[in-house]
Design a protein around this ligand. Structure first.
Ligand code: SF4
Ligand code: ZN
Ligand code: ZN
Length: 311
């Protein structure tokens, strides 16, 4: 059996059974990402884009394709990469070294911010403190809160109008179910390819060009493109709620093809109604943290809360 579009050996089977060779898969994948950018109006010619990069397959793919998309329009000067060094021993250094080389090779400006500089402690040290103080908080909880803050403030400092992230279809399906299972209506409302319910100049809107591409497709893309990823798994990832949910959805997807797309499509269909209800219930005005001045729904934001508790 050869590729559906040419005579070469197939390497990938689409959900509808169509088989593609390496070259045709690359065209299919890139076309899907560029169509996602257009369909959800993720970038405009005026946008200054900061891509959040970790050095993993998703962020390298989104960085590479954002640059490719901008190059076609002579807009590549509008692109900067931003990495966050959490301070996780034996994990982050390799990916940062890889990132530096990748950005140098592709002539992309790279900025690196760190939890240690921003919040006074590496993630490893913050976790030790949380364990000593017997705080009921997971590493990913601290890390996620710090990362959201570091990316938003970092992108704003770089003059970004959009923060581009490498979230793929699998991440989004997990986020949707995770927030349903946790009954977290507010966060659920803020998902989607072009998120942000409330507009405020302190918030840099996040956009997700890989929104409709699965993790499997991204992995195959990086393999065929021979991006030499220096990627290890974060030592804190095992046993997290999101990790368990990911395994559960993958199992379902194996037995019932299309489950991930169905979850995301259902969300896209209902997101408008959710947003309306959100604004009605919580209002559209933004309040600010009394310590750092960042947008926050509480008097003191979660980042400042953690900073204080983890001293
Ligand atoms: Fe941070 Fe958790 Fe991701 Fe590790 S797995 S980088 S601790 S959010
Ligand atoms: Zn082909
Ligand atoms: Zn604050």
């Amino acid at each position: 059996m050869s590729c559906k579009l040419c005579e070469l050996k197939p390497v990938y089977k689409l959900e509808n059974g169509v088989k593609l060779c390496k070259g045709c898969f690359i065209s299919y994948f890139e076309d899907k990402v560029f169509k996602t950018i257009k369909r959800f109006n993720l970038f405009s010619h005026e946008d200054k884009l900061v891509v959040a990069v970790s050095g993993g397959k998703d962020s390298i793919t989104v960085l590479y394709l954002t640059q490719k998309y901008l190059k076609k329009r002579n807009l590549e000067k509008n692109l900067t990469a931003l990495a966050i060094d959490e301070g996780i021993k034996g994990y982050r250094k390799n990916t940062l070294d890889f990132l530096k080389n990748f950005c140098k090779e592709h002539e992309i400006k790279l900025h690196i911010h760190s939890y240690k500089k921003n919040y006074g402690k590496t993630l490893d040290a913050a976790i030790k403190t949380s364990q000593k103080k017997d705080m009921n908080v997971s590493p990913c909880n601290i890390c996620g809160t710090y990362r959201r803050n570091a990316l938003n403030t970092g992108a704003r400092e770089l003059g970004a109008t959009k923060l581009v992230t490498g979230h793929n279809l699998d991440d989004e399906a997990q986020s949707i179910l995770l927030n349903i299972f946790k009954n977290n209506f507010k966060i659920l409302t803020r998902l989607g390819p072009n998120n942000g319910v409330v507009k405020d100049e302190m918030f840099i809107p996040r956009v997700k060009p890989l929104y409709l591409t699965s993790e499997k497709e991204v992995r195959l893309y990086t393999l065929i493109k021979e991006f030499d990823l220096g990627y290890d798994e974060c030592p804190y990832a095992k046993g997290s709620f999101r990790g368990n949910l990911g395994s559960m959805i993958n199992k379902l997807e194996d037995e019932h093809k299309g489950v991930k797309h169905s979850i995301v499509n259902f969300y896209l269909e209902t997101q408008g109604a959710l947003k309306e209800k959100y604004v009605e219930e919580f209002g559209s005005t933004v309040t600010y943290c009394s310590i750092c001045g960042e947008p926050s729904q509480k008097k003191i934001c979660n980042t400042c809360d953690f900073k204080k508790l983890l001293k």
